[in-house]
Structures are given as C-alpha cells and as structure tokens.
Write a protein that binds this ligand. Structure first.
Ligand code: GLN
Length: 490
C-alpha cells in the first residue's frame, strides 16, 4: 500500500509544492486506498473521484506554470462530513429526507479549504443530522472503527474520524454540537478540535442545534489541526454568530520548544467520577504527569455543575433541533411523499424521511418548548447552562487549560448501545460542557486501553486555541501515541 496516504497534510503540501509528488499521484494513491479499504470501514457516503482528479490536474498545471500562491493545503485530499454543503455534490446528512439533496452553494468552510488549495475527496458518514455518538444512526450504512471493525467509530462525525484513522484522506472536517468531533477522534485515535463558538463560519452547515454547533478539523496530528483551523477560521458576515476575533486564529504559531513552564493546568475532579473506565483514567493520568514533567503546574479544580450539563444539553439541543428541522416539510428540500392533501403530505414526508432518533429528538424538543412546559424545562435548562458557564469562568481565573478524558470509555461494540438511548447519551458526558460554554477543546491520542485508543481532552478559554494547541503540541512532541496506527489494510 502506498506510503503517500500515511503522510500528514503539512507534509503532503510540502512535497507537492517542492514538486516531489504531483497532486494527481496523491489523489490516485487515496482513491486506490479507498477502493481497497473502505469496503471494510464504510467511512464515505460519496467519493468525489472525478472532481478530485480534475482539481488535481489543475493544481499540477498551476504548479508547473510557476504559480507561487497555491496555498497551505495545496495538494491535500480532505474529506467533508456530509452535513456540510458542497455545491453540485449530494449532501445527505445521512438522512432519507435529504437523500437526493444537491446544494446550489458551498459552505464557507469548503470555499476556504478550496481557496487554500485543498482537494475535496468525498463526503463522510454521520449519525442522521449529527444526532448520535456511534454513527449507527445513519440511514445509509454502518461505519466501523479501523482499530477493530466489530466496534463503533464514535459519532456523530464517525465517518470523518474513521477516514483519517484508516488513511482514507489526509484530514477531514466534522461538526461538534455535544462532542461529535472530539469523541469519534478519541475512539479512532486521531486529533479532533472543536473551535470556540463563533470562530468558524457555519454558513452551509446543516443546522442541528444552532447555539452549540461548530465545525472543526479531524487530523493525524496537532500541527495539521492548527493548519486546518487557520484555513477555516475567520469572520464571515453570512453567519450571524461569527465573531470578529475569529480572524486572529488565522495566524497560529506553534512553539517548537515543548517547555510548558508558566502554563497552569486544571484537572476537573468531576470529570474523573464514576463511569470513567480504569484504563482510560490511567492513560489520562499518565498524560497529565507528562504535562507536569514539561514544566506545567497541575492542580485539581471543581466544576460543580458538571453533573447537570448532560440534562441541560438534551433540552437545549432537542428544542433547537425541533425548530431547525421544521423546514423539512416536503415542499422545499429533498423527499416528498405522495398524498391527497398538503397536511397528509407533510405528515407522510416526515414519517418516511426521518429516522427513529431524529423523531425522538423532535418530540422531546417540541415538548420542552410547548406552552406550560417551557418554564419547567427550556428555561430551567438555560439557567443550568449559565451555571455551567460560570463554573468555567471561575476555573479559568486560576488555570490556562483544563484537561480530562474525552470519552469515559474506549470504542464499544456495534449494536451494543442501540436499544438504550441513555447509555448512548452518556458517551458525551465529558464533551458537552465545552459546547454549552462555547469553549475550544481538542482531543488528542494519549495511549491505548484494551488495545483501543484513549483521547486526552484539553479545554481552553474563548479564542485561546493557541494555548490549547500549544499544550497539545508539546505533549505530542514528547510522546509517540499519535504514531500508533491501526493495523487495518497495512
Ligand atoms: N452525541 C451528541 C448528540 O447526539 C452530540 C452530537 C453532536 O455533537 N453532533 O446530540
């Protein structure tokens, strides 16, 4: 199997710009690997082979003509989660209701990737409308964990994480509403970064829960995460939640020296409570010891409202989802069922078009927002959200970053949690608080437990991705965990 597909985005770009690898060679290596391996993994819903080849030819021609403005991702094949719009390319959200939806425009992140020279290689599988933690809620196919194909890759960006882990793309984009970038990255042994709310434009991201959704990179190492972030971050007037400070993230310098003296690391006690597997706890504790060896000061901290975060999330997220998903009525997008009346058409379209989990969320959210229940549920959840935010504000007066496990467990078996929605929801218990507070957080590989990857989560202050990435990069420099790869197909 070609060694090309093992390279990081940073390295591929360097080799392409130096003329050592053509974009066509790179694209062919990936298409060959997808052909050979994706039958086992199931990461892609759509492979854009023709478009990728065409784009590679153009990039090669520009390079040969001496173009010096090819961009920091020139020649790099990137996969896009299939809830991010790509002009002229089917964007399904892994839902029957959008099975044949072809967007007339690109999401801002896609335009930005392309302006930086990236080659879109395909669209990846997800839980329907990004609702889930295992990618099993896709209406179309199962995605398997490249470390053990009898296990889930995590979710909802499971296709993107599995594609990066199995070398089926150099890097990928995911979306994270309650953990959907970090949790699959942890379970697949790759790097996943959820940026600050407002740092990356969501124009063209199919909305799930608008006060929580963020797009971010899934990559093979921390330097690539910084590179992709610098390309996709930035103010965008087409997203009303976009923040002017986002432009600052386009210039992130990673220090070459891994010394962390002066960095204050907080370890939230509540994130190590019941439910965290001993093997996960051990790997994370070793990682924390490593940060101390690098010169960081480490101390325990309490985030006392952590135990209410999951409950608040499942009110806020479902309430927002129920109104966001009202637009799928058979009139404007995708599927339309046959019926004698308009009302009957709405009902049948939504009955046939949405899967079980999506229907469950719409019902929960509609209930939480309805007259008489709004104060008891939605308003209460918003108040809890404020308490979670205040916990973080207090912690960040004493600490620069907070570190914890990303997921309480390693990857579980396919089907194991399908009949138990609560067990599935628990998978995000450690990632959801950062979404409620809009904070940046990364997951990086920190070792194995039972032969499966464990993720270390690093949470930072708003728009302080530079410090989050600095700590992650220092850790990665002095450890080998990100180089341990799954055996699949090698
Ligand atoms: N697993 C969580 C949920 O199902 C988070 C999903 C996400 O971040 N998109 O809501």
């Amino acid at each position: 199997m070609s060694a090309t597909t093992k390279l990081t985005a940073t390295r591929l770009n360097r080799l392409f710009l130096a003329g050592e690898l053509s974009a066509e060679e790179i694209v062919e290596a990936y298409l060959e690997r997808i052909q050979a391996v994706d039958g086992q993994v199931g990461a892609y819903l759509t492979v854009t082979a023709a478009e990728a080849r065409e784009r590679a030819r153009k990039l090669d021609a520009r390079r040969k003509a001496g173009d010096t403005a090819l961009g920091p991702l020139a020649g790099v094949p990137v996969a896009i989660k299939d809830n991010i719009c790509t002009q002229g390319i089917r964007t399904t959200c892994a839902s029957r209701i959008l099975e044949n939806f072809v967007p007339p425009y690109d999401a801002t992140v896609v335009s930005r990737l392309q302006a930086a020279g990236a080659i879109i290689i395909g669209k990846t599988n997800l839980d329907e409308f990004a609702m889930g933690s295992s990618t099993e809620n896709s209406a179309f196919q199962v995605t398997r964990n490249p470390w053990d194909i009898s296990r889930v890759p995590g979710g909802s960006s499971g296709g993107s994480a599995a594609a990066v882990a199995a070398d089926l793309c150099a890097a990928a984009l995911g979306s994270d509403t309650g953990g959907s970038i970090r949790q699959p990255a942890a379970l697949c042994g790759v790097v996943g970064l959820k940026p600050t709310y407002g740092a990356v434009s969501r124009y063209g991201l199919v909305a799930f829960a608008s006060s929580l959704d963020q797009i971010g990179p899934i990559t093979k190492d921390v330097a690539d995460a910084a590179l992709l972030l610098s390309v996709i971050a930035g103010y965008d007037r087409r997203d009303s939640t976009s923040h002017p400070d986002a432009d600052r993230l386009q210039r992130i310098q990673l220090p070459t020296d891994p010394n962390l003296s002066g960095i204050r690391v907080g370890v939230p006690r509540e994130y190590f409570a019941q439910g965290v597997e001993p093997g996960v706890r051990q790997a994370v504790e070793q990682a924390i010891a490593k940060l101390a060896e690098l010169g960081a000061t480490v101390d325990e901290v309490s985030l006392p409202h952590t135990e209410y975060a999951l409950d608040a999330y499942y009110i806020v997220a479902t309430a927002e989802a129920s109104s966001n998903l009202a637009r799928y009525d058979g009139v404007r997008y995708g599927l339309r069922a046959e019926a004698d009346s308009v009302t009957e058409m709405y009902l049948r379209t939504r009955q046939q078009g949405f899967g079980l989990e999506v229907k469950r969320r719409i019902m929960l959210g509609t209930y939480a927002l309805s007259a008489g229940y709004y104060d008891a549920y939605y308003k209460k959840a918003q108040q809890v959200r404020t308490l979670v935010i205040r916990d973080f504000e207090a912690a960040f007066r004493r600490f620069d970053v907070l570190v914890a496990p990303t997921s309480p467990t390693v990857a579980w078996g396919l089907g194991e949690r399908l009949d138990d929605p609560l067990a599935m929801y628990m998978a995000d218990i450690l990632t959801i608080p950062a979404n409620l507070a809009g904070l940046p957080a990364i997951s990086i590989p920190c070792g194995l437990s039972q032969g499966l990857p464990v993720g270390l989560q690093i949470i930072g202050r708003h728009f302080d991705e530079p410090t989050v990435l600095r700590v992650a990069y220092a850790y990665e420099k002095v450890t080998q965990h990100h180089q341990t790869r799954p055996a699949l197909g090698q």
